[in-house]
Design a protein around this ligand. Sequence first.
Ligand code: COA
Length: 261
Amino acid sequence: MTTFKNVLYDVKDGLATVTVNRPDKLNALNAETVDELRLVFETIRDASDVRAAVLTGTGEKAFIAGADIGELAKQTPIVGVETSRKGQAVLSLIESMGKPVIAAINGYALGGGCEIALACTLRVASETAKIGLPEVSLGIIPGYGGTQRLGRLVGLGRALEMILTGDMIDAKEAHRIGLVNRVFPADSLRGGADELARKIMTRAPIAVALAKQSAISGWDLPIADGLALEAALFGLCPTTEDMKEGMGAFLEKRKPTFRGK
Ligand code: COA
């Protein structure tokens, strides 16, 4: 296990676990933690032996209770822009890397905690999770992509209600509106997140990366451009050994062994 000051990083059989570890501050993201998350996710992106990651928070109370309000309270306008850009860059890294990142939301996911979960590929939550964007209660707006990604995921009307009221929703409601993919009892959350990640890890890694790229990059494109992107990426698949293996295994009625080549 690699230990940073505020983040735990562990890899087991190709699955990385990233745990934000500031329990006395409900895992709030100070600048140092954001820097550490950047380093960790760059490592995951570049590590050939890591195929997927789970992001969670220490303890049972909080996933991430937002940006660190103690730091935010002291920011100047210039620092505010810089803070937002640095956070957005880490979230874009998570969103765009060619590996699935699953947020295991084990409690409060507020502000930046909700936003980082939105940048993850999939989200699973414990029954006790509470999710919200309370920024307007503090006199600020979401600054890590919340005003952009939430509406794209759950629709603008639902997103605006959350953003403008600042109210939290529970796991059941988050599941109902498509903000989280699955809900588990608290003691099954990690197992459920790992199982979902490991299922994806059995699929062809290059195909997983290309499918993620097509879906995420295509999100913001006019449909004709998104379809052109999909066709171009589809056309890359026959260059992989994994396509031959996947189709060969189907025809020979056996399980494929993908090598990510
Ligand atoms: N930034 C800095 N510290 C935070 C924090 C944050 N975002 N969220 C929680 N903490 C700290 C509290 O200040 C407290 O520290 P202390 O013991 O030194 O006083 C500790 O974490 C525990 O939080 P506390 O508020 O006592 O827990 P609670 O169970 O009463 O309430 C919350 C839990 C999540 C409802 C409440 O902590 C909260 O509203 N946090 C802020 C959430 C927020 O607005 N996030 C968006 C920021 S942009």
